[in-house]
Design a protein around this ligand. Structure first.
Ligand code: NAD
Ligand code: FE2
Length: 381
């Protein structure tokens, strides 16, 4: 056996932790830029955190210009804002869009590289500025991953990957997620489940540490997602979702995602369908497509979600997919592309773009051709 496992060196998981953000980061930065979006600010999620930065005398700048599935122009502008403010550290506060942009700002702040120079894997040169990440969705796990996802100028979802993308510290405060609207809880929670499932079936990088994290993540997420949707202020359910999303993030960073993500990317890039929702839509067709190649792994995950099936791999795999889709259906997440503005004529372009997502498609347990992709999109139209 041989594998590599990497993660963020310092994690704080504590209800109310964001109210002492200043004390936590002050040894690392004095002029931080806080990277977030307007939805987070208007939900009042930053109030206690900003008070604590003031109380510690930090000379911070609040930048709330992040857009979902961050477009390259927004990311470039964010870097310029941080430079203009002479920031000496970056705090990403929000969902994956804010945290991913924060990572790139930290990398480019003192660098001569352009955003395009660092697209792909291992292209970042030199060290980055100090970086703290605080998630407000229980979804991407970006607070512990080594990747940021940007929407390029030609509408492709591009990954930026490298060791520098691991934050110095991840601060997880379940209280920040109590006010997540139901549809966001559902979609981002399904995204996190997909991270666990796809990490578990990666063709090349599957490893025992990621496997253990993925199983625990899927157990926590699958048993709490419906409760978190129905009783949003249930603190235990919210904490379990946030923990599950982080564990799934640690798993997939070391055993990356596959065709659910690859097929979901064109939905985000072309139609601005939120990332979690895109994954929720593509989950069932891809799992059923993968079943012949991954039935033994899906059978094991069936035990994790309590599908409790007996019989051979094929029956237990079927029970896993059915059980998982029941949970997804109970969250109320939308399941049809045509309800989200996608028409039959769009499917060829989507299938073409899915083929371009080679970085993730290659990890899938079964090869996906253009015709396979077209068929799978058709199944959820
Ligand atoms: N870096 C990674 O490892 C990784 C992994 C998966 C996905 N991603 C990327 O992350 C992005 C998606 O991130 P996301 O799903 O977390 O969503 P997001 O950051 O795009 O946010 C979605 C919406 O939810 C709102 N929101 C967030 N937290 C809230 C809260 N607590 N209360 C009320 N509203 C809240 C935001 O204001 C925003 O309108 C995509 O670009 C995706 O490609 C990154
Ligand atoms: Fe994802």
């Amino acid at each position: 056996m041989s594998f590599v496992f990497r993660t963020v060196p310092h994690v704080i998981f504590e209800t109310g932790a964001s109210a002492r953000l200043g004390a936590i980061v002050k040894s690392r930065m004095t002029r931080p830029v806080i990277v977030t979006d307007k939805g987070i600010v208007s939900a009042g999620l930053l109030d206690a955190a900003l008070d604590s930065l003031k109380a510690e005398g930090l000379d911070f700048h609040l930048f709330d210009g992040i857009e979902a599935d961050p477009p390259a122009r927004v990311v470039r502008n964010s870097v310029e804002v941080a430079r203009g403010r002479m920031a000496d550290g970056v705090i990403g506060f929000g969902g994956g869009s804010s945290m991913d942009t924060a990572k790139i700002i930290a990398v480019l702040l003192n660098s001569s590289q352009s955003l395009e120079d660092i697209y792909g894997t291992g292209n970042i040169k030199g060290a980055r500025a100090p970086l703290a990440l605080i998630p407000t969705t229980s979804g991407t796990g970006s607070e512990v991953t080594d990747i940021a996802v940007v929407t390029s100028d030609d509408d492709q979802k591009i990954g930026v990957l490298g060791d520098q993308m691991f934050a110095d510290i991840a601060i997880l405060d379940p209280e920040l997620t109590y006010g997540l609207p139901r549809h966001v809880t559902a979609a981002t929670g399904v995204d996190a489940m997909v991270h666990a499932i796809e990490a578990y079936t990666n063709r090349y990088k599957k490893n025992p540490v990621s496997d253990a994290l993925a199983r625990e993540a899927l157990k926590l997420l699958s048993s709490n997602i419906v409760e978190a949707c129905e009783n949003p202020s249930n603190g235990d359910a919210r904490a379990n979702m946030l923990l599950g999303a982080m564990l799934a993030g640690q798993a997939f960073t070391n055993s990356p995602v596959g065709a659910v993500h690859g097929m979901a990317y064109p939905l985000g890039a072309l139609f601005h369908i939120p990332h979690g929702l895109s994954n929720s839509l593509m989950l069932e067709p891809v799992l059923r497509f993968n079943a012949p190649a991954a039935s033994h792994h899906y059978a094991e995950l069936g035990d994790v979600i309590g599908a409790n099936a007996t019989g051979g791999y094929a029956e237990r795999c079927e029970a896993f997919i059915d059980g998982l889709m029941e949970i997804v259906a109970a969250t109320g997440v939308e399941r049809r592309l045509s309800k989200l503005g996608v028409s039959h004529n769009d499917l060829p372009r989507m299938a073409e773009d899915a083929m371009k997502a080679e970085r993730v498609m290659r990890n899938n347990p079964r090869d996906v051709s253009y015709d396979d992709a077209l068929k799978m999109y058709g199944e959820v139209l």
